[in-house]
Design a protein around this ligand. Structure first.
Ligand code: PLP
Length: 380
């Protein structure tokens, strides 16, 4: 028997209260057993998204919610601006192209941080119906300044669509206050629920700007009309919704601002520990990078080797790099149901693995550095 630790940036650990809700008997989705749960979940989602608008819920992974945005907003031949600096931004580009958009792709190298001035310049050259952004680029650990990016996009008259799959509930995402027209996310990250639910918060402007692409399951209007009557258009994942309801209750019980602060501290702790191990960060060494810490493998060692050793020896699952970064970096997620002892567990295991690989390390230094950084004041 080996205890398992899930330290990836999604799926993430699920609290026992949520697991207990998932184990409840299945109820019928059009019965009074489900409707109050559905209503509360939709209302809690609005709170977490910081929006007054409808948050549409789909039985799909985050990419399904992505696709709902593309299928509803894109018409073939229309100009759209996609901003990418990693795997998930590139997914926006692939998907908008697949729906026939005339895509202007502002493409940064993986690991860079999108600059609002570049977006302003691109939109001055070529108008776009919507600007497609990623808040937390999970493949690199970069969290973009979505507020600033949205401001320039709106000034140019474009709709703003944000992938908040790994950021919603971990870092601030002020849907209404920042004027974000569409925010999409999924259940398996900071929302502390298993994979399988996708959501999209949709503004009135986005709702009235829908395009001509064919769509059915992901048609926003169909889901919105039905949700308003608490009558899902298709069979919802009743058990996952019951789990999400409990998870959102836990998150809102902690308080969103307290959760954001916890994530900042977790990010600080992780980065401090990684540096104390003598490793080089790939993700930025800044408070905003509070979702996932990406770390370069030491010279001559493949990150997959470190990941395999952590899993085989200690039951600890870390994430490899994606795309060209596979084998070059590893990623430690610290989103959702995480505390500082999860970070120190990961660091302690890494220390043992690196020592085996011949690194000269001061034993215990990483854990100590992490605990000190976690406590450090203040958090802005
Ligand atoms: N966007 C981001 C930023 C992600 O981290 C992920 C998943 O890792 C996705 C989109 C895709 O979500 P899913 O795998 O749930 O379809």
């Amino acid at each position: 028997m080996q205890k398992q630790y899930l330290f990836t940036p999604g799926p993430t650990p699920v609290p026992p209260q949520v697991l207990a809700a998932l184990a409840e008997p299945v109820v019928h989705h059009r019965s009074p057993d489900f409707q109050p749960v559905y209503e509360r979940t939709l209302s809690r989602l609005r709170e977490v998204c910081r929006t007054e608008r409808d948050v549409l819920l789909f039985a799909a992974s985050g990419t399904g919610a992505f696709e709902s945005a593309v299928a509803n907003l894109v018409s073939p031949g229309e100009p759209h601006l996609v901003v990418s600096a990693g795997n998930f931004g590139e997914r926006w580009a692939q998907m908008t192209r697949a729906y026939g958009a005339a895509v202007d792709h502002l493409r940064y190298a993986w690991g860079e941080t999108p600059d609002p001035e570049d977006v302003r310049a691109r939109l001055a050259e070529r108008e776009a119906k919507a600007v497609w952004l990623v808040q937390s680029e999970t493949s690199t650990g970069v969290v973009a300044d979505v507020k600033a990016l949205a401001t320039v996009a709106r000034a140019a008259g474009a709709l703003v669509v944000v992938d908040a799959v790994s950021s919603l509930g971990a870092v601030p995402c002020e849907t209404d206050a920042w004027g974000l027209d569409v925010v999409v996310s999924g259940s398996q990250k900071a929302l502390m629920t298993p994979p399988g639910l996708g959501l999209a918060a949709v503004s009135e402007a986005a709702r009235t700007a829908t395009g001509s692409s064919p769509r059915f399951y992901f048609d926003w209007e169909r889901t919105r009309t039905a949700q308003r009557k608490l009558d899902a258009p298709f069979t919802p994942s009743v058990s996952l919704v019951a789990g999400l309801d409990v998870a959102l209750g836990l998150l809102l019980g902690e308080g969103l601002d307290a959760a954001f602060e916890r994530h900042v501290r977790l990010g600080r702790a992780c980065r401090a520990g990684i540096k104390a191990l003598g490793l080089e960060l790939f993700s930025p060494d800044e408070d905003r990078s509070a979702v996932v810490t990406a770390v370069r493998a030491p010279a001559g060692v493949a990150s997959s080797e470190i990941i395999k050793a952590c899993r085989d020896r200690f039951g600890i699952t870390l994430a490899d790099g994606q795309g060209d970064l596979k084998g070059k970096i590893f990623r430690i997620g610290h989103i959702g149901w995480f505390d500082v002892f999860d970070i120190t567990t990961a660091l302690a295991a890494l220390e043992l693995v690196l020592a085996d690989l011949g690194a000269g390390l001061e034993r215990g230094a990483a854990v100590t550095a992490a605990l000190e950084a976690f406590e450090a004041q203040p958090v802005a």
